[in-house]
Design a binder for this molecule. Structure first.
Ligand code: LLP
Length: 430
């Protein structure tokens, strides 16, 4: 078992930083998300440092959808990060965490009139995804007597090696404006009174374990920037999105390091802008890389059953971690209270949800498991809690944050009352 540097095995127990995961499970109950703030900080420093080593004008906009806990926003805000925001909720969280509006980019292909009005009111730049949205935003800004700085999201028609549900730069994707149509859209923006096109934005997909697609993406953006200069756009930023993958299968995945990512992307960018004679900021929007490995999901074994295979039935299911069910994703499993025992039996880790697909991990060789044992799912910090639900009327679990020796809740567990509180009784049922 290969563990990242913030995880270790001591006295047979899995530790995260200085904390025994088994003791955390006892203290806070299970299921439980546990996040190392120190690891998030380390990840931010590494990625941001790798890019900034090539160019002084790099901005990191955390892709908030990966993990929307306010404590994570605060951690990243304190390190100077901005945020890629997709909703009014993400805007509110980013601002509450102290991120300045000019460090945010309001993204998305389906923004409501209220979203556009919010961006105008708060002075947040918008990545516009269609000519229709451009016209609506121009009217909204005009009505408020303001001007909004915008980028357009380009669809670069780039195929990337990842799960089809998270490849976003395909020609057929719902995101962005096709590269061959986008000049006309910029011309319209230049002529509009209340929007000011100052950037270009792209995001090709997520969990990408190669660097070439990112270099190709930057190439597309530099070509576009040349055309934009010709029509009179004054480019202040080029946003290449997120998408750098992590090695969920540490034994076999070969994931690019941030230095390799920067080494592939930055020369193309730097040569491109030098030829064009411009010095725009480079924006990146990493989500997964900053937070995924910072977090483990702890669950307790309720029962063990041997049928056509052996199931360890645990108290966390796809209500709390949907990635295995939704994308066939792999998350490493550690028997947290028997972490140095030999792997002797093949288990499938199954959740408590009333669906056959509620299996968090298939056919893993693990130490002998019994009811009461604690199982840790690794790399659960990105798109884990963030995609959780109350399906099967299960309250969501708590989240704990660790910093050095300290451990505290960053979200309490929901209760049954939290399930019923927003429900209303139609008058005829009273
Ligand atoms: N920027 C934009 C515009 C995005 O749509 C995304 C992710 C990101 C940045 C961050 O990408 P990252 O660096 O995290 O790969 N739920 C899926 C992933 C969905 C990604 C959606 N967009 C999963 O669990 O794998």
């Amino acid at each position: 078992m290969i563990l990242p540097s913030h995880l270790s095995v001591r006295g047979g127990h899995l530790y995260i930083g200085e904390h025994d995961t088994v003791a955390l499970a006892e203290r806070f109950g299970t299921p439980l998300y546990v996040t190392s703030e120190d690891r998030v900080r380390e990840n931010f420093r590494r990625l941001s440092g790798a890019l900034s080593a090539h160019y002084g004008k790099v901005r990191v906009l955390y892709a908030a959808k990966a993990n929307g806990n306010l404590a994570i926003f605060r951690t990243l805000a304190s390190m100077g990060a901005g945020s890629d925001v997709f909703s009014a909720g993400e805007v509110a969280l980013a601002l509450a965490a102290g991120m300045r509006p000019e460090l945010l980019l309001f993204n998305g292909s389906s923004k409501s009139p209220a979203d556009l009005a919010l961006a105008v009111e708060k002075g947040i730049r918008v990545s516009v995804d269609s000519p229709d949205e451009l016209r609506q935003l121009d009217r909204a800004a005009g009505a408020a007597g303001r001007t909004v700085d915008i980028a357009f999201r380009v669809n670069p028609a780039i195929d990337v090696p990842t799960h089809p549900k998270i490849a976003t730069g395909l020609a057929t994707s719902k995101f962005g404006i096709p590269a061959e149509e986008i000049l006309g859209t910029y011309r319209e923006a230049l002529a509009a009174e209340h929007v000011n096109p100052v950037g270009v934005h792209c995001h090709i997909g997520s969990q990408i374990l190669a660097v070439e697609p990112f270099a190709r993406e930057v190439d597309v953006l530099i070509d576009l920037a040349a055309d934009l200069l010709d029509i009179g756009v004054d480019l202040s930023f080029i946003d290449i999105g997120g998408g750098l993958g992590i090695p969920y299968r540490r034994e076999t995945d070969r994931a690019p390091t941030p230095e390799e990512y920067a080494g592939a992307v930055m020369p193309v960018f730097l040569e491109g802008i030098r030829d064009l004679g411009i010095e725009p900021e480079l924006w990146v929007e990493p989500g997964r890389w900053l937070v995924a490995d910072s977090t483990v999901l702890l669950s307790r074994v309720n029962s063990v059953k041997t049928a056509h295979k052996t199931f360890a039935n645990v108290d966390a299911g796809f209500n709390l971690l949907i990635r295995p069910t939704m994308y066939d994703s792999y998350h490493e499993v550690v028997a947290a209270n028997r972490a140095d025992a030999p792997a002797v039996r093949e288990y499938s880790i199954a959740g408590p949800i009333c669906e056959t697909g509620d299996v968090l991990a298939k056919d893993r060789m693990l130490p002998e498991l019994a009811a009461g044992d604690i199982v840790a799912m690794l790399d659960a910090g990105a798109y884990g809690f963030a995609m959780s639900s109350q399906y099967n009327s299960r309250p969501r679990c708590a989240e704990v944050l660790l910093a050095g020796e300290k451990a505290a809740l960053m979200r309490r567990a929901e209760t049954i009352d939290d399930l019923t509180a927003p429900m209303a009784t139609p008058p005829w049922q009273e």
